[in-house]
Design a protein around this ligand. Structure first.
Ligand code: NAD
Ligand code: TYD
Length: 381
C-alpha cells in the first residue's frame, strides 16, 4: 500500500497557508487527479466515543484517506472501540498526549498529516467539577500545543470539535446561533470555550485553516457509561437504580453520533476557514423523558421485558453549574453545507439500546476500578 509519501508533503506545502499568506476561505479538500495515494488524516482522541465512530465513518466513506489515531488512552479511550478497523491498512494508532509538544511534533514529523480533526478532550462535566486540572491540561493547553505544531508542520485543515455547552444555559425559549455570546458555566465548558477561542485566534493571527464545530449531546454506540444514556442502560441491566439529578427537568438536544460524524466530515471537506458550525439533532428532551423512554424500550425488548428499572431522584451533583437547557440553531450548516440530521430520536435510541444489549461485555470491560471509585464519589453507591 502506498505510504504517506514526500508527494503528499509537497502538496501540503503547495496548498497550505503560511503566516505570510492569508488562508483561502474556501477549501474543497478533494484530491486532485495526481493525488492518488491516501492522504493522512490525523484524528486526536479517536479511541473515545465520537472519535471512534468518526474514524469508522471516514474509512468507509473515503477510500483515499488513511487515518492516524493519536490518543492518550485515558479512562475514556479504548482501542476496543476500533477493533474492527484495527488491522486495516489505512488505519494506524499512535499513543500520545496532545499536551506533550515533543510527542505531538514527532507524530506530525512521522505522519505528515494532510488535515487534523481534534476530538481529544476530557469530556465529562461532573468530573470537571471534581477536578478541573486535567481539563485545563488537555482541553486548553493540548489544543494550543496542536495549533503551535501546525504552525511548524502546515496542514490544510484543523477541525476543532467543540460543544454547545460553551454558550451556557437557555431558559424555556430560544436557541443558540454561532454568534451567540460565549457564557460557559462548568469548568468543562469553560475549557472547551477557551480552546475554541485560541483556535479561532490562531486562524486570524497566523492564518491557520481552523474550523470549529459545536454539537449538542451525542448518543449512540461506544459511549463510555458515565454519560446519561449508557449509564441508565447499564444500571437498568445490572439492577441498579437510575439516578436522575434534581427533578430531571433539564433539557438537552439529542444528536445521533452518526449524524454528527457525517456533519464533521462535511465540515472537514467544505467548511470555511475561521467559521463555527453548530450541529444539533433538533430533538429537545427533558432528562426524565429520555430515561423513561429507555425504560420503555427495555420493556418492549425480548430478553429485558421482565426488568423493573427504578428511577431515583438524587441531589444534583452539579449544583449551580447544571445548565437548564441547550438548543441549537443549525440553519447555517444546513444552508451553507447542505447537512441535516437524518436519524430520529426514537429510532436512534432504539438502535443504541439494542447495541448496548448486544455488547454487554464491552461495557463491563471498559469499566475500570478508577470508574468504580468515581461512581461511588458521585452517586455514593
Ligand atoms: P470521550 O471522553 O469519549 O473521548 C475522549 C478521547 O480523548 C479518549 O479516547 C481519550 O483517551 C482521549 N484523550 C483525552 N485526553 C487526551 C490527551 N491529553 N491526549 C490525547 N488524547 C486524549 O469524548 P467524546 O464524547 O467522544 O467527545 C469527543 C469530543 O467531542 C470532545 O472534544 C468533546 O468535548 C466533544 N463533544 C462531545 C459531546 C458528547 O455528547 N459526547 C458533545 C459535544 C462535543
Ligand atoms: P451528560 O450525559 O453527562 O451530558 P452533558 O452534561 O454534557 O449534557 O448529562 C446529560 C444530562 O443528564 C445532564 O442534564 C445531567 C443529567 N444526568 C443525570 O440526571 N444523571 C446522571 O447520572 C447523569 C450522568 C447525567
Amino acid at each position: 500500500m502506498p505510504k504517506n509519501s514526500e508527494r503528499s508533503v509537497a502538496s501540503t506545502q503547495d496548498l497550505g497557508p503560511s503566516s505570510q499568506d492569508p488562508a483561502p476561505r474556501t477549501r474543497l479538500l478533494e484530491p486532485s487527479a495526481q493525488e492518488l495515494a491516501p492522504r493522512t488524516l490525523l484524528v486526536t482522541g479517536g479511541a473515545g466515543f465520537i472519535g471512534s465512530n468518526f474514524i469508522r465513518h471516514v474509512l468507509s466513506a473515503h477510500d483515499d484517506v488513511r487515518v492516524v489515531n493519536y490518543d492518550k488512552l485515558t479512562y475514556a479511550g479504548n482501542l476496543e472501540n476500533l477493533a474492527d478497523v484495527n488491522d486495516g491498512e489505512r488505519y494506524q494508532f499512535v499513543r500520545g498526549d496532545i499536551s506533550d509538544p515533543k510527542a505531538v511534533a514527532k507524530a506530525f514529523e512521522n505522519e505528515k498529516p494532510w488535515a487534523v480533526v481534534s476530538f481529544a478532550a476530557e469530556s465529562h462535566v461532573d468530573r470537571s467539577i471534581l477536578d478541573a486540572t486535567p481539563f485545563v491540561d488537555t482541553n486548553v493547553k493540548g489544543t494550543q500545543v496542536l495549533l503551535e505544531t501546525i504552525r511548524r508542520y502546515p496542514v490544510e485543515r484543523f477541525v476543532q470539535i467543540s460543544t454547545d455547552e460553551v454558550y451556557g444555559a437557555l431558559g424555556e425559549e430560544g436557541t443558540f446561533t454561532e454568534s451567540s455570546p460565549i457564557h460557559a458555566n462548568s469548568p468543562y465548558a469553560a475549557c472547551k470555550a477557551a480552546a475554541d477561542l485560541i483556535a479561532l485566534a490562531y486562524a486570524k493571527t497566523y492564518a491557520l485553516p481552523v474550523v470549529v464545530t459545536r454539537s449538542s449531546n451525542n448518543y449512540g454506540s461506544y459511549q463510555f457509561p458515565e454519560k446519561l444514556v449508557p449509564l441508565m442502560i447499564r444500571n437498568a441491566l445490572t439492577g441498579k437504580e437510575l439516578p436522575i439529578y434534581g427533578e430531571g427537568k433539564q433539557v438537552r438536544d439529542w444528536l445521533h453520533v452518526e449524524d454528527n460524524c457525517r456533519a464533521i466530515d462535511i465540515v472537514l471537506h467544505k467548511g470555511l476557514t475561521g467559521e463555527v458550525y453548530n450541529i444539533g439533532g433538533e430533538c429537545e428532551k427533558r432528562n426524565i423523558e429520555v430515561v423513561k423512554f429507555i425504560c420503555e424500550i427495555l420493556r418492549n425488548h425480548p430478553g429485558t421485558q421482565d426488568l423493573r428499572p427504578k428511577i431515583q431522584f438524587i441531589k444534583d451533583p452539579r449544583g449551580a453549574a447544571h445548565d437548564f437547557r441547550y438548543a441549537l440553531d443549525c440553519s447555517k450548516i444546513k444552508r451553507e453545507l447542505g447537512w441535516t440530521p437524518l436519524l430520529g430520536f426514537e429510532e436512534g435510541l432504539e438502535r443504541t439500546v439494542a447495541w448496548y444489549l448486544s455488547n454487554r461485555e464491552w461495557t463491563e470491560r471498559v469499566i475500570t476500578g478508577e470508574y468504580q471509585e468515581y461512581y461511588r464519589k458521585v452517586y455514593g453507591a
